[in-house]
Ligand binder design. Sequence first.
Ligand code: MLT
Length: 312
Amino acid sequence: YLSIAPAMAADAYPNKPITLVVPFSAGGPTDAVARLIAVPMGKDLGQTVIVENTVGAGGTIATTRVARAAPDGYILYLHHMGMATAPALYKKLPFDPMKDFEYIGQVVDVPMVLLGRKNFPANNFKELEAYIKVNKEKVTIANAGPGSVSQLCGLLLMSREGVELTTVPYKGTGPALTDLLGGQVDLLCDQTTQTVPYIKDNLVKAYGVTTLKRLPGLSNIPTLDEQGLKGFEVKAWHGLYAPKGTPPEVLAKINKALRVALNNPEVKARLGESNIEVVPMSKVTSESLKNQLDSEINKWGPVIRKAGAYAD
Ligand code: MLT
């Protein structure tokens, strides 16, 4: 009798709402992607998928929460490449990204753009480079905390420019973008998820994109690579996770719901407007996400250590 209990539980899954944890503030880029996929995933699963923002410490508080949660399919986790950079940024972490999770699939790849406040003196990237060399001690750069992708982008920029700017950490790039719009901080390297309208309305200055090719929706903004930072490339890839030990039958249902959500035409159109690419379905697999995580841990670890960046 006992041995068939887990199978029965998987058959009944889901019989109550599912929580999708997001490691950054509401109104930010990770939150936006989560809310976009939560609705069609919920429809497919026949239960509401509720997005919950567990913020702080560059995403590591949320990752710890998910690692310790019951592996019953009622806690899912959407995180970006911060899952791969945290082990190098933190000397000690209460979780192991390669061991403490179930890997449901890759989700989207999100490009980034280096932004300045509207009235910042530099009008283009060349002027920005000249300005930060002379004024480094008074220039501020926002990020979403140690372990965030905005922090990584800022670190790479500072290390390539050979300057150290004053970093202002937030609990997500949602509030950081609000302060950039309000003129309280000078610079922010942000994902393109929410920035396109502000760039088009000239409410922020855009100095360059972090992809090697220009973006279709922002084709007048040069890449940082073409402006002299050869090879500068940061893409905030996202993955969907569950706590280790979540039953395989449950994971299969969640994976299917994720595929349905990513193939939804409205979801695709909304992502496309933000220059976000849905990954090919061949990457919406456990194996692909695990391989991606492994290769990104190995890629960024040495870069972060070379930049001498530690969160604690
Ligand atoms: C967010 O959702 O606020 C961002 O993904 C934070 C970040 O820059 O990593």
